[in-house]
Ligand binder design. Structure first.
Ligand code: FRU
Length: 434
């Protein structure tokens, strides 16, 4: 009932972070934290999928397995070197059952994008650079000039989140360059990613304190990020561990459409699966601001228009499932509600410079009310992507809000009020059966 129609998810088992996102030999590869054995975290492997267009994905065999259930192949990234795909990841040893370092960094290579061989002299980074570091994981590697640059998620003294910087000439020997960034609002930083967008250096990172993805935009100077602006990459409840693709000419990001603190509220475990990826988004910088919009390719999901209106009112959406896209252009205030016949509702309001989303009565999983300050234009635009267990919202191709929602009914009633309004609703296809 909650299986997504056009989002990536594991057919069975558990999935968390996206890993090793890479455009390699003309195809997009996505790996992910995966437990094939049950819909709960544990026994963490690297699941693998491939796509030609970021919309249709094909599941491939598991790429990396841990030694046993007391180990895990944790998050990391992928790059291309000498025509080969190289995966860089954290190997985890549960300290309750194992000796040695809890988290070390390793590599594996592939010539065909299908079979992966672990490097015989793993690990390539065998211990944290200083005392007091309690988290040391999630390497994200990029090529900068004639060097490889790695950022690692970390935390010190159980008190402060950090991002550590390493460089290498061959992906095997790594030099520690120091602390790139610190955040005192969290004990740990997970899944950092440092990319260059529109002439700025942008650090994307996940914080365990609020289970959200933040960004810090600025300039890298002598191994430190001098921050000009900070903010949330997504303002909803369910977006975590985001990573950008290596090897694309746009900056494309995918996040885990879930949240560790809210996972127990989701009912999908009963269906034998757990975990959804967000839709791919493009990041760009405009007027000094970091902005996010759905990738253009998502328009190919549209199979036809199910509603087109140029006036306010209450409309019945002709759909037999939660699988469609709503696009509205408007001026002034907007009030929009998507309702099911069981009284489940998702509300969205825009008034002056404030956008509010209310998912408190959206269905089984308890929702929230979220508020975000937005920059208005003469005519504003909202786009909502509704799927069986999620809604992702985009305002003016700038701001994103992602929510897991689990309605028992179908949101087939649209109640909308605004001035100068155009509403288009598109049916979207089920990519898993077409
Ligand atoms: C983030 C995270 C990573 C870790 C992985 C383990 O969600 O906790 O820091 O590598 O998940 O599955």
């Amino acid at each position: 009932m909650f299986k997504p129609h056009y989002h990536f998810f594991p057919i069975t088992g558990w999935m968390n972070d996206p890993n090793g996102l890479i455009h390699w030999k003309g195809k997009y590869h996505m790996f992910y934290q995966y437990n094939p054995k049950k819909p709960r975290w544990g026994n963490i492997c690297w699941g693998h999928a491939v796509s030609d267009d970021l919309v249709h994905w094909r599941h491939l065999p598991v790429a990396l397995y841990p030694k046993d259930e007391t180990h895990g192949v944790f998050s990391g990234s992928a790059v291309e070197k000498d025509g080969k795909m190289v995966l860089v990841y954290t190997y985890f040893r549960d300290p309750e059952h194992n000796e040695g370092e809890k988290e070390v960094q390793c590599i594996a290579t592939s010539e065909d994008g299908w079979n992966f061989v672990e490097y015989e002299n793993n690990p390539v980074i065998s211990k944290p650079p200083e005392e007091g570091i309690h988290a040391f994981r999630d390497p994200k590697v990029n090529r900068i000039g004639n060097k490889w640059r790695m950022v690692l998620g970390s935390g010190k003294d159980k008190r402060i989140g950090m991002v550590l910087l390493y460089t290498s000439e061959d992906l095997v020997h790594w030099d520690y360059e120091g602390v790139l960034f610190e955040d005192e609002s969290t004990k740990e930083i997970e899944c950092p990613d440092l990319v260059s967008i529109g002439g700025k250096d942008v650090l994307i990172y996940s914080v365990t304190s609020t289970n959200s993805v933040l960004f810090a935009l600025g300039k890298l100077k002598e191994g430190k990020l001098s921050v000009e602006k900070k903010g949330l990459l997504d303002h909803g409840t369910d977006f975590y561990a985001a990573q950008t693709f290596y090897g694309t000419d746009r900056v494309i990001v995918i996040g885990w459409l879930q949240n560790w603190h809210r996972t127990d509220l989701y009912p999908t475990e009963k269906e034998g699966w757990n975990g959804v990826m967000s839709l791919p988004r493009e990041l760009y910088v405009e007027d000094g601001e970091l902005k996010v919009k759905p990738i253009e390719e998502l328009k190919t999901l549209r199979t036809g228009k199910i509603l087109e209106k140029e006036s306010s009112g209450t409309y019945r959406i002709n759909t037999n499932k939660n699988c469609y896209e709503v696009c509205c252009s408007f001026q002034g205030n907007l009030s929009l509600a998507l309702q099911s016949e069981l009284g489940e509702v998702i509300k969205l309001f825009v008034e002056k410079d404030t956008l509010v989303v209310d998912t408190t009565r959206s269905g089984i999983s308890k929702g929230v009310t979220k508020e975000v300050k937005v920059q208005r234009r003469e005519t504003d635009k909202v786009r909502l992507f509704i799927d069986a267990c999620s809604v992702e919202m985009f305002f003016n191709d700038s701001v994103a809000l992602s929510f897991r929602v689990h309605p028992e009914g179908i949101y087939n009633m649209l109640d909308i009020e605004s001035y100068l309004l155009k509403v288009d609703i598109y049916a979207l296809k089920n990519v898993w059966i077409s």
